[in-house]
Design a protein around this ligand. Sequence first.
Ligand code: PTT
Ligand code: SF4
Length: 612
Amino acid sequence: MYGWTGSFLRVNLTTKTWKKEAFSEEFAHKWVGGRGFASKILFDEVRPGTDPLGPENKLIVALGPIAGIPAPNTGKCVVAAKSPLTGFYGDGNLGTRVSEHLRKAGYDAMIVEGKADRPTIVYIEDDKVEFLPAGELWGQGTYATNDWISSKYGAGAGFLNIGQGGENLNRYAVIRSLEGRAGGRPGMGAVMGSKLLKAIVVRGTHPIPQVDPAAMKALGTGDLKKVHKIDQETGWSKQSTTGVLQFCNEVAGLPVRNFRKTQHPESWRVDGERLNEARIATYGCPNCTMRCGITIHDTEGRESELDYENIGLLGTNLEIFDLPQVGCLNYLCDEYGLDTMSAGCVLGFYADAIDHGAVGGDFKFGDAERAKQLLRMAAHREGIVGNLLADGSLRMARAFGNNSEAYAMQVKGLEVAAYNCKFIPGQALAYGVSPIGAHHREAWIITFEIKHTTRESYGPEKAAKVIELQRIRGGMFEFLVACRFPWIELGWSLDNYPKYFNTITGLNWTLDDMWRTADRIYGMIKLNYLREFPGTTRQADFPPAVWFDPSNADTQGPIAGKVLELDKYDGMLQHYYDQRGYDARGIPTKATLSSLGLDAEAAEAQKYATLT
Ligand code: PTT
Ligand code: SF4
């Protein structure tokens, strides 16, 4: 078998044992890698009802056939587990040298089980695995931990680590790696913390098995140069992801004041142009020639990397329009290892709930100093407020009552991304049907909606576009494991990806094979969800109620007087279900599952819930 090492590394923290496990060619071809491996392993090995923060949950670090190979933007890695935030399958994708080192050590994925008896670092070097005491690193933030790892194992080692957020089981704690790299929004850092696992460090020295390494090297390195050239010509990385901020403001899609408003006259103060002017350095993932990580000095003179989501949710959403202040909030999230997006939504919701009298408190929109204190409290679970904030918006809303769930900006427990869908129906659908809860990773259809179709439409073309993008973004890029930005941002052709896959594996896949695999993995994640929530209804696929509330309509601007319409959204959702072969609850039918080769998984899921 070429393209895969053919082995998983299984590490048990309770018994301090590990083993190398072979997987079959059939398994590799069916699940391919990354999200495919992770969703199947969790379905097979983590029983429904398992406490996500208990030792029976498993953390999966999964790579795919093109991960770590020198080719456009392959320095990525999927981290997955049952989510402490949403209660079902959750994952994230972050830039890290683990992608190359774990594969060179001989593994396509790593499964971490059990719980250590003291804070631990797992060190992997080819066929050797060590369980080392984390000692005084426990309690330290991710910057100090990164420095310690780099000085002990060398800056070139692959590593993943957590900060105080993960240690204290904040439900939206992320895993961190290189400068500015963070991933696993649905609490993957808390799963590491629950296992007393401070860090994973990997060094691998073997070649990654490929059918024709010389051909791949020529193709991959040549393409890295071409991608770099396109980036230079287009100037994309001058503003990177933040180039979208002014567009969102113009089209009334910016999150402002817990998504109550969609535009703000001061938003230009934190836009991509201002960020580029304030830039002090640029960072990126391994194997990347269009590096997107722009850093600035925060209010304390520290270096902080800002992306659009971070500015949108910690800045405009909180009505903080000062870049160094936003940089400071972002730095704290990185230091504590908290997801900036959930953190921004949680703070926005808290300010809004106070504003609406749902709960007492002293936090107001625009108050950056108090926001910094609240982030510290959430990361350390300090006091009643810190504990509430650490549990995420949905649990907070349930604790506050007073109908506050209507404006807790989340779907299935995961907080929404920085695109305000008060009147962007297709993107609202993308959040609603994202398999892990609201995330823009799966589908981002705003330009299509606004520039190429009618914004008002709730028609089948929007459902079709969401599915097309899910297959590419939530599918192919998450199972081959590579960054999607060359394609989205620079127009790098999708046809390149089967080409890389085939050159590495010797197979002859087309894009259609990729889409079929993507659909299978979506089916797998849905079955994971159904087993945990057997009584689910289609209401679970609706975005926050506030977007349907006419009293929340903008009073001026491009969408004045407009909000989403409930009946029409429901109709668009039905188009999505029909096109996907899902039943009225949003669950794949038996026939759909069978056509995807998921009969055995369907039979297992039937023990817990009804399939139609
Ligand atoms: C991703 C999510 C994003 S998506 C952002 S900004 W973005 C936030 N970044 C955070 C951060 O920084 N610090 C922090 N403490 N928390 C953060 N949470 C948020 O995490 C990321 C890039 C970006 S920047 C995006 S869109 C693309 N995402 C990809 C993806 O999901 N899959 C893929 N195959 N390629 C992608 N390429 C791009 O990667 P999650 P990263 Mg992240 C400071 O993990 O859970 O998926 O959430 O990985 O290495 O930082 O790169 O405007
Ligand atoms: Fe990483 Fe950005 Fe490069 Fe993608 S474009 S690989 S996120 S640095």
